[in-house]
Structure formats: C-alpha cells, structure tokens
Design a binder for this molecule. Structure first.
Ligand code: A3P
Length: 316
C-alpha cells in the first residue's frame, strides 16, 4: 500500500495518528518509563514545523547561564541542534534510556513528535511537572518542507542502496498528507491537540507559531524564557541577550556552521534541516487547486474547534 512506502519510514497507525514504525517501540517505552522532572522542558512538534529552530532556541535560552550565546565555544556552534536536544522516542529506542536522560544537563531539554494525547501520563499528570512547548506551522508549508526533505533523504539513500525506494511526486505527497498518512499525521489533529491543551492548561503548555516566530523572534524567545521560569533580567535585557540568542539560532548562522554543512544524523545529513526557513514557500510549489484542496480538508476538520491556522490573536 501507498503508506508503506511513504518515505523515509514505513508508517503504522497508533492512537489515531500515523507514526513511523521503527519509533513505535521507543514511544511505547517512553510512555511507560519516562520519569519527568519538574524542571524538564519538552519540545513538541509535528515534523517540519520548526523543530530544529525550537531546539536551538530553547537550548540556548535555558542554558544561557552556563553557555552565554555570544560564547565562541557555545555547543550550538559545534553541534547540530538535534545533537544538543534528542527526541524522547529516540532515546527510549536505545537502552538504558534513563541513564542517557540522567546525563543531560539540567534543566533537561528533550523533544518529541508524539501527539499530545500520546504523551507519557507522567508528563501530563499535573501542571507542576515538566513544561511542554509546542511549535505549530501552516500545513501547506509543513507539507512542502516534508516533501522536499524526504526527496533529499531518498536521493541520499539511492546512492547507498542497490534497490533504492522510488522517488515520490508532490501529487503523491499531497495525497498522503491530505489523508493524514505522514509522520505524525493528520497534521491538523496533532496541532489541535496541543492547542487545546495550551488553552486549558496555559501553565503546562506553551503554544508557539512558526510564522509568529519569524515575525517576532525576540518576543517569542522572551515568552519561552518566561514560560520556563527563566525570564530575562533587566541586566540581560540591557545587554541584548535575547537578541544574541536569536542571532545564534538564526537559520543563516546555523546553516553556515561547519557541523551543519558536513555532519550527519542517523538517516540524514545535517544540512537537510536548514532550507529556506520562510513562511508561504508553498506558493512556489503547489498549484492553486492543490492548495484549495488541502485548505478545504483542514477547514472541514477544524470546524468547531476554535482553532485556525494563521490566527495570531492568542499571541499578542
Ligand atoms: P523549510 O523546508 O520550509 O525551509 P524541522 O526542524 O521541524 O524539521 O523543520 C524544518 C523547517 O524549519 C525547514 O523549513 C527549515 O528550513 C526550517 N528551519 C530550520 N532551522 C531554522 C531556523 N533557525 N530558523 C527558521 N527556520 C528554520
């Protein structure tokens, strides 16, 4: 079936979402075994929604006392954001996961692509426990980013594999996305789950929007700092620390670092995580008919939820 060759992973349905089969054991183990600490910060996202950026910003913000953003040996100048902040479900694929988590600097920053409804119960149990920060992106841009990322991954795999998986077209990618058959899909359900949690439990879940962050990165870094209990002091404000964090984590700065040009994650080159980093690039790839089709599906699915993509009323 089509979904089993939805690259780069075979997908299986889990709790109403399509998740990559190789990560299911990691998700199940994380749900059963993760012991959150009150100081933990869990970064959640649907893939290709700005996860890498959020990882960099959150890591730089919460660890700024130990690693001032202007420091030349800042970890983010030497390591890819994915090497500074791991995914919970990946950590739990390796064992012993708790040892790896215990070794993380405090406060621990950990990421996940798990939908809100599938987060470990110990994470969601009470507002005093670890904080959750979600990043949401327009579905059309997430789709295009995912499609182009996957094409790159496939092209790289084709060079190493004598029986490479077939490339797939934007038409195929759209078909799968509209059907919810992509990592973490349906995307709009993933987003709404966290949006609802952020409305009912604002101390627990901070809901950020990629497009908003592009418009006002410093304001969003301040939000992140306050939410995680580390608001910038007057002295830090006067010294422009939030601005330095934004600069350290800008797509151009990250893209040009040696490690991000030449490093590699398990299945993909680091440079693939940094493409254009703009809002609205879908217009350069999708026909108006394609966009209208996805818009309609999303609109129908969101009716009555109170949530809308592109709505910035809660962010002022
Ligand atoms: P595009 O493909 O639209 O350029 P993820 O990190 O969840 O995989 O998302 C990847 C998307 O975030 C890509 O979008 C990528 O270019 C963008 N991105 C990566 N780093 C960024 C940064 N520092 N600032 C803004 N966008 C960034």
């Amino acid at each position: 079936p089509l979904e089993t060759r939805c690259p780069p992973f075979p997908l299986r349905q889990y709790g109403g979402f399509w998740m990559p089969e190789p990560f299911l054991p990691g998700m199940a183990a994380a749900r059963a075994g993760f012991e959150p600490r009150p100081s933990d910060v869990l970064l959640a996202s649907f893939p290709k929604s700005g996860t890498t950026w959020l990882k960099a910003l959150a890591f730089a913000t919460v660890h700024r006392a130990d690693h001032p953003p202007r420091s030349l040996d800042h970890p983010l100048r030497r390591r890819n954001p994915h090497d500074c902040v791991d995914f919970l479900e990946s950590v739990f694929l390796r064992s012993p996961a708790e040892d790896a988590l215990a070794a993380l600097p405090s406060p621990r920053v950990i990421a996940t692509h798990m939908p809100c409804s599938l987060l470990p119960e110990r994470v969601t149990a009470n507002d005093a426990g670890c904080k959750v920060v979600y990043i949401c992106r327009d579905p059309k841009d997430a789709l295009i980013s995912m499609w182009l990322f996957t094409k790159k991954t496939l092209a790289a795999a084709a060079m190493e594999d004598s029986n490479p998986p077939k490339q797939y077209t934007l038409e195929e990618a759209l078909e799968l996305f509209c059907d919810g058959r992509c990592v973490g899909g349906p995307q709009w359900h993933h987003v709404v789950g966290y949006w609802e949690a952020s409305r009912t439990r604002p101390k627990k879940v901070l809901f950020l929007r990629y497009e908003d962050m592009l418009r006002d990165p410093v304001g969003n870094v301040r939000k992140l700092a306050e939410f995680t209990g580390r608001a910038f002091s007057e002295k830090e404000e006067a010294a422009g620390v939030a601005e330095e964090i934004v600069e350290l984590c800008s797509i151009d700065a990250l893209k040009n670092m040696e490690v991000n040009k030449n490093g590699r994650q398990e299945y993909v080159n680091n440079e693939s995580f940094f493409r254009k980093g703009v809002a609205g690039d879908w217009e350069n790839h999708m026909t108006p008919a394609m966009a209208a089709r996805l818009d309609k599906i999303v609109e129908d699915a969101l009716r009555g939820s109170g949530f809308a993509f592109g709505d910035t009323s809660e962010s002022t």
